[in-house]
Design a protein around this ligand. Structure first.
Ligand code: RNT
Ligand code: ZN
Length: 448
């Protein structure tokens, strides 16, 4: 006669085995359905002259740079006590944000395991690790990022980098590289110089150039009396930062402008025009952040314009809702238009795609997964476009056919190709990844 506990255990065991078998059957069944749908979709695309295998191949070679700052609401690990500032605002108090570099790396690991392909990580300087010996930002060294570099190396992923011109007492009045105080300017120039060297070391260690992106919050809340001098100072500071040439196979310099920020509503020193001119004259990359323009401006339209004059660009893919709100990227028309431009213009090799959003009102790991998967989906849709036909109609002056075909292309079965791509890359198909994020939330995030 088994004891009570044993009986319960064996019943539970039977149940678990049955459930396990059902689950395995479901997965095997689903996997073959994904494959069948893919084969049908491939035929459908072939009818439109699109080679699906090529599209999948190309998608697999596009890295997206995941921004570390989604994982902890742009907090960083300096514990400086300074407010975030710089016009950056994170709303929401979803539990589980990363409190340490190890937690942040674990969260990134989790996110990346749910995203098909091999990607990159984009780090801000305020995520330095000091091992008990803190230095100020002008004295940062590669050693402070060694753990990050070792981690990236073990994952065989590249890294990108950013000097941090916010959340610091010397940025508290809203000016950094264009500050009227020479001492403050010099401090921030030193920070920029240090960061480029760190970027180059990352590039060297990981065998892929690091894009080091300079964004400063400098600007006025109200109408300035002098728009000129801060811009002249900014140009001089940037020139000082970039004075030493660095091998572009190690580090690439980018500059990011914007239209306005919280506290810089009336004037931003580093405007788009300022940086476009700067980048063209100094041969730098311009960073186009999707939230940094008038809401009716199209970032997609800017890509071919700026790449007519620049070798490379950096994108900060973001989603502004009414303003530069940095919402999680979703598969919107704007996002798709950006992806289409990159593919149609054959710009993928000249464009570094990075994400820039931060939402603390939802699970932060899910935010990365949603945003990155949306970016990849948009690229896949663009790669599956019957572009030769569309171009042919356009060049023949047949705009009716161009419009008709681009409308029909919108309902081609890209979802079947996306599912198959995920399955082949051994990552969750459909919304399955959410179960894994929920389990991670239960087992790790909720314990923080
Ligand atoms: C701010 C810029 C900048 C930052 C990050 C944290 O408006 O978009 O890129 O979001 O560097
Ligand atoms: Zn940005």
């Amino acid at each position: 006669m088994p004891k009570k506990g044993e009986l319960i255990f064996s019943e539970f065991d039977d149940y678990a085995i049955k459930r396990g078998n059902e689950q395995a059957e479901f997965m095997a069944d689903r996997s073959s359905r994904v494959e069948q749908s893919f084969l049908l979709a491939r035929e459908r695309y072939a009818e439109s002259g699109v080679n699906v295998d090529d599209a999948i191949d190309r998608l697999g070679r596009i890295p997206i740079s995941l921004h570390c700052w989604q994982g902890d609401d742009v907090g960083g690990f300096e514990s400086s006590g300074s407010e975030l500032g710089g016009g950056l605002a994170v709303t929401g108090s979803y539990p589980g944000k990363a409190r340490t570099p190890d937690e942040l790396r674990a969260d990134l690991d989790k996110a990346m395991s749910l995203i098909p392909g091999r990607h990159r990580v984009n780090l801000h300087a305020c995520y330095a690790e000091f091992g008990g010996r803190k230095v100020d930002r002008d004295k940062l060294e590669v050693a402070h990022f060694q753990n990050w570099i070792d981690w990236a190396k073990s994952k065989q992923i590249g890294m990108d980098f950013n000097p941090s011109y916010f959340a610091h007492p010397k940025a508290a009045d809203g000016f950094t590289l264009s500050h009227r105080d020479e001492g403050i300017r010099k401090f921030w120039v030193q920070h920029g110089i240090a960061c480029r060297q760190i970027g180059a070391a990352m590039g060297k260690a990981l065998g892929t150039p690091c894009v080091t992106n300079v964004w400063v919050p400098d600007g006025y809340k109200d109408t300035p009396a002098d728009r000129k001098s801060p811009r002249e100072r900014l140009a001089k500071s940037l020139d000082a930062i970039f004075a030493t040439p660095i091998d572009p196979s190690l580090n690439l310099d980018a500059v990011e402008g914007k239209l306005f920020g919280i506290g810089s509503e009336s004037y931003v020193v580093g405007s788009h025009e300022f940086y476009l001119g700067y980048a063209i004259s100094r041969k730098k990359l311009v960073c186009l952040d999707a939230g940094h323009y008038h809401p009716t401006e199209s970032v997609a339209d800017k890509i071919s314009s700026v790449l007519a004059h620049l070798d490379r660009i950096l994108l900060h893919v973001s989603r502004g809702v009414r303003w530069d709100s940095d919402h999680v990227v979703t598969l919107t028309d704007e996002l798709l238009a950006i992806a289409q431009e990159l593919v149609r213009g054959d710009y993928l090799a000249r464009t570094h795609i990075g994400l820039d959003f931060f939402d603390a009102s939802i699970n932060r790991v899910a935010a990365w997964v949603i945003g990155t998967r949306a970016m990849l989906k948009s690229l896949l849709i663009a790669l599956l476009e019957p572009s030769e036909k569309l171009r042919g109609f356009e060049n023949a002056g047949d705009y009716t056919a161009r419009l008709a075909l681009s409308e029909e292309a919108k309902t081609l079965p890209f979802g079947a190709v996306w599912d198959y791509y995920c399955q082949r890359q051994d990552v969750a198909v459909g919304a399955d990844w959410l179960d894994e994020v929920k389990a991670y939330e239960r087992d790790a995030l909720s314990k923080r």
